[in-house]
Design a protein around this ligand. Structure first.
Ligand SMILES: [Zn+2]
Length: 133
């Protein structure tokens, strides 16, 4: 497995921790979007793309976005029900869509993406052109 292309989308103004999004192509054949370059406490790292997990309404079984106060289908007060359930896995709101399964692959992806990010950042500052929206 080889990364054949990395596209970096700088996002420095939006969030202090989120620095950029990356789109990565593997073997000229498979694209993964929405990797995030995060400025963490121990330096930059690459977060894998993730999605919000939905939560089934206990009354009608409609899938709502996690954290919804009311069911979008039947209007049940989800907050009250969920609070009564006590501590659960509610903090696990995001789940990876795609991610490496070996530490070697994780290291490789992170290294390539961070190198591309550094190149993009220095190119953006030397050219003195505002990054495209
Ligand atoms: Zn419902």
């Amino acid at each position: 497995m080889e990364i054949t292309e990395v596209k970096i989308y700088l996002r420095e103004q939006e969030d202090k921790k989120l620095r950029a999004y990356a789109t990565v192509t593997f073997d000229d054949a498979f694209v993964v979007r929405d990797l995030r370059i995060i400025d963490g406490r121990r330096g930059f790292f690459v977060a894998m793309p993730s999605r919000k997990i939905s939560e089934n309404c206990p009354r009608c079984n409609h899938k709502n976005v996690v954290g919804s106060r009311f069911c979008n289908q039947c209007g049940t007060n989800l907050e009250a029900i969920i609070r009564n359930q006590g501590p659960t896995d509610l903090k696990q709101e995001h789940r990876d869509i795609a991610h490496p399964i070996s530490s070697e692959a994780r290291k490789y992806i992170q290294q390539v993406v961070l190198e591309a990010y550094e190149r993009k950042k220095s190119a953006a500052t030397t050219a003195e052109v505002p990054a495209p929206e």
